[in-house]
Ligand binder design. Structure first.
Ligand SMILES: [Zn+2]
Length: 63
């Protein structure tokens, strides 16, 4: 199984520990899922993050 090193925690993890990101060369995120969720959690606790989440949910509901 191919492994990838997270650029945040510098740990080598299996590809399934990374979320897919088509904008990256290898198709996976630079950060592992653990770091990503931590980052998102921090982001969504800010006012800007809350507003973004609010917008995203509203858009999803309308669809
Ligand atoms: Zn990580």
């Amino acid at each position: 199984m191919k492994r990838k090193t997270c650029s945040k925690c510098k740990k080598s993890k299996g590809r399934q520990q990374f979320s897919k990101n088509a904008s990256n060369v290898d198709g996976y995120d630079h950060y592992c899922k653990a770091c990503n969720s931590k980052r998102m959690h921090k982001y969504f606790s800010t006012r800007k993050g809350k507003a973004a989440m609010d917008r995203a949910t509203r858009r999803r509901k309308r669809r």
